[in-house]
Ligand binder design. Structure first.
Ligand SMILES: Nc1ncnc2c1ncn2[C@@H]1O[C@H](COP(=O)(O)OP(=O)(O)O)[C@@H](O)[C@H]1O
Ligand SMILES: [Mg+2]
Length: 322
């Protein structure tokens, strides 16, 4: 697969000879919500007895199974390869990130989820051994070009990390910093307003409006993560990348972030890496399954979890691998 057309065609064509299982009796037809509350090992046991388990699945890892394209893409990635020295961490991955959708990246540890996410705003540039090849377009504009200024790019494609990382500054300054360096406001009143709307969009305003001068680090973990989301929002991004944003949070803080992600989808495109299949099922409309640097399967979250077409996807979501 040397050009994008071939990739798109390869990815569009089902590799398996047999169509995905459609039987209404199959336990695999449960909804994403059902998965969210159902322990994965129970599902695996049911799957073993189902007709679906007997259906031949593709095992080919050369071509992605499912539709890599989105009808209204915000980002278009084609033939992405990433190496760390001679470790080939991402292999010929092509994927669209659809506008106003949440796409989750799942797969076993070390499969390249974070590496792929970091391609989307050139964060791999910060890793000296990393080399990225391929085409990544944001609204049709190639972001892989050497001439691209990564500072405005990273405002347009913001990032939220696993561990909340507020600046060692006040709550107010955490949000005001970005708009100031990007020159987004003309005076203090405009900046105050932008700080307020960013915190409101991140669902944090009510909790912090009377303590804007307190250090960002004085907030709880969940509040700090919402502060980091507000910080990303403050510079008007189009895309927000989140790398396991809830893995350091308790279940209540996690639920608040998940609800926020759903609300933010109206205005932003969100790509989220999660090690929780339940979380992927709850927050995303599309899911991409990675395995050892290959994008194995992509599709609607419902399809990927309930009607996986690739053997590796099925093994992972049923808990046999991972
Ligand atoms: N900063 C780095 N330097 C060198 N190798 C890395 C670095 N980050 C990741 N890798 C390697 O790239 C591969 C994919 O890692 P990663 O993208 O972190 O996977 P995931 O996020 O799915 O756990 C692994 O083999 C990992 O060891
Ligand atoms: Mg990771």
């Amino acid at each position: 697969m040397n050009n994008s057309n071939e990739v798109a065609t390869a990815a569009k064509t089902p590799v398996a000879d047999t169509p995905p299982v459609q039987s209404s009796e199959s336990p695999m037809n449960m909804t994403a919500d059902a998965i969210a509350v159902k322990p994965v090992d129970v599902k695996a046991a049911e799957l073993d007895n189902s007709q679906a388990a007997n259906t031949a699945k593709t095992t080919n890892t050369d071509a992605t199974v499912g539709e890599i394209r989105s009808p209204n893409p915000s980002m278009v990635c084609r033939d992405i390869n990433v190496w760390y020295s001679d470790n080939h961490a991402i292999k010929n991955v092509s994927l669209d990130i659809g506008r106003n959708e949440v796409i989750s990246m799942i797969g076993p540890s070390g499969c390249g989820k974070s590496t792929f996410l970091r391609c989307l705003n050139r964060m791999n540039d910060t890793i000296p051994t990393a080399r990225v090849e391929g085409s990544i377009k944001l609204d049709g504009e190639e972001i892989q070009d050497r001439g691209i200024d990564v500072v405005p790019l990273r405002a347009r494609v913001g990032m939220v990390f696993q561990k909340p990382n507020p600046f060692p500054k006040s709550i107010y300054e955490n949000i005001a910093y970005g708009p100031r360096i990007h020159g987004l406001t003309n005076n203090r009143a405009e900046l105050d307003e932008l700080v307020e709307t960013s915190l409101q969009r991140a669902g944090l305003w009510k909790e912090v409006k009377d303590r804007l001068e307190a250090p960002g680090t004085s907030l709880s973990g969940g509040q700090q993560q919402r502060l980091c989301i507000a910080r990303a929002i403050s510079v008007s991004p189009e895309v927000i990348l989140m790398d396991e944003p809830c893995s350091a949070l308790d279940p209540i803080a996690t639920a608040a972030i998940e609800q926020l992600i759903d609300e933010l989808r109206q205005q932003y495109t969100i790509a989220i890496v999660t090690h929780s299949m339940q979380q992927a099922a709850r927050v995303s409309q599309r899911t991409a399954y990675f395995h050892l640097g290959d994008l194995i399967e992509v599709g609607s979250t419902d399809d990927v979890f309930n009607r996986p077409r690739h053997k590796l996807t099925e093994d992972y979501i049923t808990g046999r691998f991972g």
